[in-house]
Design a protein around this ligand. Sequence first.
Ligand SMILES: Nc1nc2c(ncn2[C@@H]2O[C@H](COP(=O)(O)OP(=O)(O)OP(=O)(O)O)[C@@H](O)[C@H]2O)c(=O)[nH]1
Ligand SMILES: [Mg+2]
Length: 235
Amino acid sequence: MRKPDGKIVLLGDMNVGKTSLLQRYMERRFPDTVSTVGGAFYLKQWRSYNISIWDTAGREQFHGLGSMYCRGAAAVILTYDVNHPQSLVELEDRFLGLTDTANTDCLFAIVGNKVDLLEDGTADSQEKEGVGPGVAGGGSSGSPKVPKQVQPEDAVAFYKKILKYKMLDEKDVPAAEQMCFETSAKTGYNVDLLFETLFDMVVPVILRQRAQGPPQTVDITSYKTPRRTRSGCCA
Ligand SMILES: Nc1nc2c(ncn2[C@@H]2O[C@H](COP(=O)(O)OP(=O)(O)OP(=O)(O)O)[C@@H](O)[C@H]2O)c(=O)[nH]1
Ligand SMILES: [Mg+2]
């Protein structure tokens, strides 16, 4: 298997729909999911590049693994549920710090999922297009519709906080409006747009990294244990 050229990581609280978004994009369906244990990845060929997309567990007990998955990431998708404001708060409180191990020029996308549950019909326009053979119940019908709990402006404000946290200048990064998405893994609304916008943005990052030469990492397989002296560690 060819080594991935770039890495994208999905982060966010449990139940926001990370696994469902990835399965909707990669498998074109919306199957029943079980809460993720640890992490898993898909490989996506985009143009001539191999991009790995990592799905992580949102459950608290796996929190420690998050920064490991983010290591060297070219982009991070911070996912919340538009019906649960706390899931956006958690991104700031619990998940943003995990991205410290990502590339210095890592891109950030903020994704509000489950818009099919909203009474404003946000996800209806692309519903047919997004419905794949695996959709349970065929789209959003059947679920009681609710008013939106998290507004797009809240996501934009969070994006700006990320820039502050990373000490990035707004003019050096993509605009908030370009990086904040509302999606439905259930209907497929905006799911292709999300992933493919990111792939297109990640390719120049990959090319830039290649031009800078190989990453400065330590190859632990070539590490030799120092020979112990006869008198022990304190000699
Ligand atoms: N209505 C609706 N339900 C969704 C959507 N996306 C996911 N779900 C449901 O939300 C629940 C959780 O989805 P998952 O994709 O497993 O959530 P997750 O973020 O991967 O959760 P963890 O693996 O525990 O971190 C499942 O019952 C999904 O069917 C969506 O866009 N709309
Ligand atoms: Mg999951």
